[in-house]
Design a protein around this ligand. Sequence first.
Ligand SMILES: *Cc1c(COP(=O)(O)O)cnc(C)c1O
Length: 392
Amino acid sequence: MSDAKNSFKGINTRLAHSGNNPRDFHGFVNPPVVHASTVLFPDAATMASRNQKYTYGTRGTPTSEALAVAVDELEGSAGTIIVPSGLAAVTVPLLAFLSAGDHVLIVDSVYSPTRNFANTMLRRLGVEVQYYEPTAGGEIASLMKPNTKVVFTEAPGSNTFEMQDIPAIAEAAHAGGAIVMMDNTWATPIFFKPLDFGVDVSIHASTKYPAGHSDVLLGTVSANEKCWPQLHDAFLALGVCAAPDDVYQVLRGMRTMGIRLERHQESALAIARWLEGQDGVARVLHPALESHPGHALWKRDFSGSSGIFSIVLSGGGPRQAHAFLDALQLFGLGYSWGGYESLAVHVYLGDREIAKGPYEGPLIRLQIGLEDVADIKADIERGLKAARGARE
Ligand SMILES: *Cc1c(COP(=O)(O)O)cnc(C)c1O
C-alpha cells in the first residue's frame, strides 16, 4: 500500500482500495488467488535461513496477505490471522492466551458455540471458566482474580443484544493484568473499532457481513502490538489456515460491505421501529432503538447498527414461536446471518446462566436482508398473525 493510498480516510474508499496494490500483479485490479503449499527457494542458503517473504502455504500467501492487510487497516491492528470459520476465530485466540490454572471471564450473552468451547475444551485443559452479567461494565473488577488472564466480551450480545461498557471493562481488566477480547461480528469494524476502546484482540466471523452471501465460512482475529506475537505464534502452531478461494471471496465481499451495511442498517431500523407498535410484540431488542436499555452505550461508542435484532412475542411459548416461523414465506428459517436474504430463528436461551430474561414470551431473531422493506414487513405480519392465532 502506497503512502498516497494510506491518506484516504473515508470508510468506503478504504473498503474499495485497501489490501492490495494492483501494480504488484501487473495492474490487475484484484489480487490473484494463490493455491499453494510449497514455495520454492532460489538456493540452499535462502532455504536454510528462510529469508524470503513467503515460505510455506500455512504461513501466508499473497491472497491471505491482501485480506489481512485490508482488515488491519479497518481495525487499526498490528496483525490479523485468517482462520477457516468464525468459531475458529474465537477458539484460536482463547487457546493462544489461556493455560491450565488460568481463569477466564466470559460474557453470559456470548455466542452459544463459544460457551460450548469454553465449557468443554477449555475446562478439560484446566481453565477456570466463569460467566458474567452483560451489563457488568466496570464492576467486572470485583470478579477479577489473580489468575484472570482473559476477559471475553461480545456486544451487543448474541440473540438478546445487551450492550457492554467496553472501555470500563477494558480498564478494569487491564488493571487486573488480563487482556480483553471482543467478538465484534455484529458491528463489523465499520460501526465499532474495538482496539480504539481498549480491546486487545478483535474477533470477526467474516462468514457474516464481510462475505455477505451465505456461501463462505471464514474468520479473522486482529491484535494490537502487545498481543500480536502470541496470537500469530498460536496460529502457526495450530495450522488453522483458511482456503484461498474463501479468503478471496471475503476480500471481494468487503468491497461492497459498506453499502450493503447501509441498507441492512436502514431497513432493520425501519422494521424494528415499526415492530414496536405491532400487536403481539412485547419488546424489540435492538440497541439503536431509544427504548433499548443499552441505547446510551450504543450511541456513545458505536457509529451504526447492522441488520440483526430480536423481537419478544407477547406471551406464549414454543407453539407461538413455531406458528410465527411456519407462516413466513420470504424469510428463510436458518442459522447464521449477514447474507443478502432475510432469515428468522427461534432463540434458545437454555444454556444461559444469567442473561436469560425474564422475557414476556418467546424470542425470534430476525436478520433483515436486502429485500424491499414492504415485502419484509408483509411477511412479518403473516408471522405475527399466525402467532396471535396460536394463542387462542
Ligand atoms: C456466526 C458467529 C460466529 C461463528 O461464525 P461461523 O463462521 O459461523 O463459525 C462467531 N461469533 C458470532 C457473534 C457469530 O454470530
